[in-house]
Design a binder for this molecule. Structure first.
Ligand SMILES: Nc1nc2c(ncn2[C@@H]2O[C@H](COP(=O)(O)OP(=O)(O)OP(=O)(O)O)[C@@H](O)[C@H]2O)c(=O)[nH]1
Length: 217
């Protein structure tokens, strides 16, 4: 039987097509799936990582971004230790929806949940949301911030490892959680990376409907 020191539940949310499934696949399987279908309901994967010599089991819940699954996905917020809210840096509407996602989070998640804002698809050259805008939004809403590319494996390992490290810290010193430094570029290292120049606007990457993937609750 597998031994582990901590088990943490991490839930990914955000609009359809922002790359939640690809981020999870990149991290758990080391691949960027071709023709990724839209998630149906909720999908679930496990990965055990080692942080400072301790084995940490991460239970990662990948929720469907599509509105019609909202009532199913909401029920997964409650027991999450960390919530990763993802938008697509090349698609403004996915960023504009963030306040709606935050309302959901406040309504359904534990108040102490660790919140991480992730701008995905940094490999794209048609960026619409500058890094600084994402960073400021995160700061305003008491979230960590990181930009990633599931496609190019940029900052994906870092995202999950730093969440694990932060959750370990919290678990070890519960009383100190309120003094946690959420200043984005500091201590825990979940910090923004350099931005790429914004180019032509386009949201073509949105919502891939071919359903090759089944929900796995
Ligand atoms: N260029 C680029 N495309 C990406 C990246 N991550 C995901 N995509 C593409 O974006 C599309 C949607 O990716 P998914 O991972 O299925 O998105 P999702 O957020 O899980 O979508 P739902 O399951 O519908 O909520 C797919 O065509 C992916 O190939 C990335 O880092 N860079």
């Amino acid at each position: 039987m597998e031994e582990y020191k901590f088990l943490f539940k991490i839930v990914l949310v955000g609009n359809a097509g922002v790359g939640k499934t690809c981020l999870v696949r990149r991290f758990t399987q080391g691949l960027f799936p071709p023709g990724q279908g839209a998630t149906i309901g909720v999908d679930f994967m496990i990965k055990t990582v080692e942080v400072e010599g301790d084995k940490i089991k991460l239970q990662i819940w990948d929720t469907a971004g599509q509105e019609r699954f909202r009532s199913i996905t909401q029920s997964y917020y409650r027991s999450a230790h960390a919530l990763i809210l993802v938008y697509d840096i090349s698609c403004q509407p996915t960023f504009d929806c963030l306040p709606d996602w935050l309302r959901e989070i406040h309504e359904y998640a534990n108040t102490k949940v660790l919140k991480i804002l992730v701008g995905n698809k940094t490999d794209r050259d048609d960026r619409e949301i500058p890094t600084q805008i994402g960073e400021e939004f995160a700061k305003q809403h008491d979230m960590y911030f990181l930009e990633t590319s599931a496609k190019e494996a940029e900052n994906v390992e870092r995202l999950f490892y730093e969440i694990a490290a932060e959750l370990i810290d919290q678990a070890r010193s519960k009383d100190n959680s309120s003094s946690m430094n959420k200043n984005l570029s500091d201590s825990v290292g979940l910090s923004p990376q350099g931005s790429k120049p914004p180019q032509v606007s386009c949201c073509s990457g949105l919502s891939n409907q071919s359903s090759s993937q089944t929900g796995n609750t």
